[in-house]
Design a protein around this ligand. Structure first.
Ligand SMILES: *[C@@H]1O[C@H](CO)[C@@H](O)[C@H](O)[C@H]1NC(C)=O
Ligand SMILES: *[C@@H]1O[C@H](CO)[C@@H](O)[C@H](O)[C@H]1NC(C)=O
Ligand SMILES: *[C@@H]1O[C@H](CO)[C@@H](O)[C@H](O)[C@H]1NC(C)=O
Length: 264
């Protein structure tokens, strides 16, 4: 059985280098409503490059009061890990930009792990800037999911972060994360079901009715062909089969690609 500590290698990360055509589509904009959707042009399809888009979320309106208003962006459907930054400003206008602070930059490591960003400043500016690559876009296992850019949601609220929210990873890459504004949920692809789309006839989380992750470990799909076991504190191993010495029990997360061993 193979063992990979990071799931990224099993995703095929593709860089599409495209022509010098300027991005012609309009993109970005200013958002003052209490909630909304921020998406790249032509989502989920490819967009023209070079591209530079700015989504300005403005919570300065008196309607939001002063209290504990924050701007929260939920990374529900985020498929790009390059050139995407989140900067908060105390004031933001054409001629003035006061107190900028970069609060998040999406990268290969955090793209599916970070579920949301929050700012207590009046303005949050999300910028997508790509010169020559169409996108470092994520393609999971042979076109199963072949999606560009992002389709994420924001909210201006005094209510704090809604939880649990989801990312593509929480939906096992076998479903898509949606924000319904009162709650989040995964919409599973055919053959998958359950809150994280890791159950159902096509799931590897069970083999002949037996859970793949032993000893109470939780099973999550990572695309169609792999699962990841989150072991309970006392166990380790690809399928949580090994009892740990109590001193070293740390609740390790290991990844296991199932294939030929499935029949075992
Ligand atoms: C703001 O939040 C803090 C901590 O989350 C809380 O103690 C405080 O009462 C809140 N203030 C208002 C005006 O809601
Ligand atoms: C990715 O971003 C995280 C913070 O979200 C940072 O800790 C990490 O070093 C970055 N990784 C790379 C490869 O840039
Ligand atoms: C974008 O995300 C929103 C909220 O999750 C969803 O309602 C909408 O259907 C999505 N759009 C596309 C094109 O997937």
């Amino acid at each position: 059985m193979c063992r990979i500590n990071n799931f990224i290698p099993i995703l095929t990360l593709l860089m599409h280098i495209s022509s010098n055509e300027a991005g012609r589509r309009t993109c970005g904009g200013t958002y003052t409503a209490a909630r909304g959707i921020l998406a790249t042009p032509n989502f989920p399809g490819p967009f023209d490059v070079p591209i530079r888009c700015q989504w300005v979320i403005d919570s300065s309106s008196a309607a939001y009061g002063s209290g504990n208003t924050s701007i929260i962006v939920y990374f529900t459907q985020l498929f790009t890990f390059e050139g995407l930054t989140f900067t908060e400003y105390q004031l933001y206008g054409n001629d003035y930009k006061i107190n900028p602070k970069l609060i998040h930059k999406v990268n290969e490591t955090n793209v599916f792990r970070i579920r949301w960003v929050q700012s207590y400043q009046s303005y949050l500016v999300i910028e997508l800037k790509m010169q020559s690559s169409e996108s470092a876009h994520i393609r999971v296992l042979d076109k199963f999911l072949d999606t560009y850019g992002f389709n994420i949601t924001y909210e201006i609220t005094t209510g704090g972060v809604r939880s649990p929210s989801c990312t593509m990873m929480d939906c096992g890459f076998t479903g898509i994360c949606f924000d319904h504004y009162t709650k989040f949920s995964c919409k599973c692809f055919d053959g998958y079901s359950g809150p994280s789309c890791s159950e159902g006839p096509k799931s590897f989380c069970y083999t002949n009715g037996t859970p793949t992750c032993k000893n109470g470990g939780t099973c999550l799909h990572v695309g169609v062909a792999a699962v990841k076991c989150h072991c309970s504190k006392l166990f380790t191993g690809n399928t949580c089969e090994t009892l740990l010495e109590p001193a070293s029990a740390k609740g390790k997360v290991l990844l296991c690609i199932l294939g030929s061993n499935r029949a075992k």
